[in-house]
Design a protein around this ligand. Sequence first.
Ligand SMILES: Cc1ncc(COP(=O)(O)O)c(C=O)c1O
Ligand SMILES: N[C@@H](CCOP(=O)(O)O)C(=O)O
Length: 469
Amino acid sequence: MKYLSTRGGMQPQSFSDILLMGLAPDGGLALPESYPQISRSQLDAWRGLSYAELAFEIIRLFATDIPEADLKDIVSRTYTAAVFGSEAITPVKRLSDGLVILELSNGPTLAFKDMAMQLLGNLFEYVLAKKGQSLNILGATSGDTGSAAEYAMRGKKGINVFMLSPDGLMSAFQRAQMFSLQDANIHNIAIKGMFDDCQDIVKAVQNDHAFKAKYQIGTVNSINWARVVAQVVYYFKGYFNATSSNDEQVSFCVPSGNFGNVCAGHIARQMGLPVQRLIVATNENDVLDEFFRTGVYRPRGTANTYVTSSPSMDISKASNFERFVFDLLGRDGAAVKALWADVDAGKGFDLSARLSDAAGKFGFVSGKSSHADRLATIRAVDASDGVVVDTHTADGIKVARELRLPGETVVCLETALPAKFADTIREALDRDPPRPAGFDGLEDLPQKVVVFDADAAKVKAFVEQTLAG
Ligand SMILES: Cc1ncc(COP(=O)(O)O)c(C=O)c1O
Ligand SMILES: N[C@@H](CCOP(=O)(O)O)C(=O)O
C-alpha cells in the first residue's frame, strides 16, 4: 500500500515513511492510494476476533511494509486488558432508549485518544529502531491528545514530545495529567490562544522544511495517518458488538472537533463496513455542523471560537476535514489544494453543489449541542440508566436522540470519561463524577509548563534550545 497527499503533490510513500513524516511536503495530509475493500466473507471471519486480532487484520492492510510477524507482536502488546481495563478493550452498553454506547475511554488517560496513541507509541519505537533515527514530536492539544501522547511516549528512547495547549482552557484534570509529568522527554508549552492557534503553529513548523528535517519533527495529531487507521479498528469492533449478524446496518454518532474520529468512521464505511449514517455532533463551535447542513465551510478565528464545557471540541478549523473533502471531490488533489489555499487565506469555501453526495453517497448528517443541552443530557442519562457520561459524549447522545430514525441502530462513541470534566458534572448532578483508581491527588502534584504567545518562532527557538541541552 502506497500513500499520496490530499493536495496531489507527493510521490507515493510507504506506511513507515508517512508514519514519521507528519504533514506531506505540499502541506496536505497522507491518504492511501485506495481503500482496501472488505468482502462479506472477510467480515464474517472477523466477527469473532478479539480486539487485537481484528486490529492486526485491519492494520496489516495499510502497514504493508511492516513484516506481519512484527506487526502482530506490536498490536498484541498494545491492545491488552492490562492497558485498556478489560479483555473486551472497547465494550458496549445499551441505554434504556436503545442507543448503544461504545466505550473508548478505558485506557491510561481516560479518553478515546489512547486507542490510537498507545499503538502509535509502539509503532514509532519499532520504526525508529529499524531506521536508526530519533523523532521530536511537535503536537497540539485541546486537552486529550496531549496527555494520551505523553503517556504513550514518556520514557521512550529516541523520542521527545513538545506539546502545545491553549493556556488556561483545558480542565483542571487535563492540565494536571499533562503538566505533572516530570519525564525528561516531555515538554509542555501553554500557548496564549486556542487549540486552532496551537495547530496553526504545528502546521507552520511542519511547513518549514529545513527546520523539520534538521530537528526530525514528527506529529502525533490526527495529521498522522497511523492515528486515523488505528481508529478505524473500533468502528469494526463497535459494529460487531452492536449487531448479531453482518446483514444489519448501524449508524455511528461521533462527538467531533478536528474530524479525526469520524474520518476513521468514513474510512471504515468506504472499506465496506455496513454503516448507514455517520452523524457528526458538534458543540457550540459548529463549523462542521454548518458544512453538513449548508455545504459552506467557514473556519473561524480565535475571536469567534467559544470556550465551552466540552473543551476538547473547541475547534474551528477541522484538520482532517481535508481528507473527507478529497474523497468528496473524487480524489482531486488540485481542487483540494485550491480550496485550502482559500482556507489558509482566512476564507472558506462553498461546496453546496456537492452537499447531496456528502449525505447520499457518504452518509453524513450532523447536529449540534449547547451547554444547556449537555447538562440536560447528563442528567437524563444518569436518571434513566444510572450512567454518568462526560460532556463530549453528552453532545453526541443529544444529537443522536434528535436525529435517530425509526428502527435505526445508533452507536454513540464515548470519547472521554466524566472524571476529566468534574466542574460540569457537578453543575449537572450536584455530585462529583466517579474517579477511576490511580488518579487520586492528581491535581495536587507539582506541574511543569512554559507559557508562550502564539508565535511559531518562539516555539521553534524553544525546541532548538531544549534539544541543544
Ligand atoms: C473528548 C473528546 N471528544 C471529542 C473530540 C473530537 O474528536 P475529533 O477531533 O477527532 O473530531 C476530542 C478531540 O479530539 C476529544 O478529546
Ligand atoms: N480534541 C483533540 C484535539 C486534537 O485533535 P487530534 O485528533 O488531531 O489530535 C485534543 O483533545 O487534543
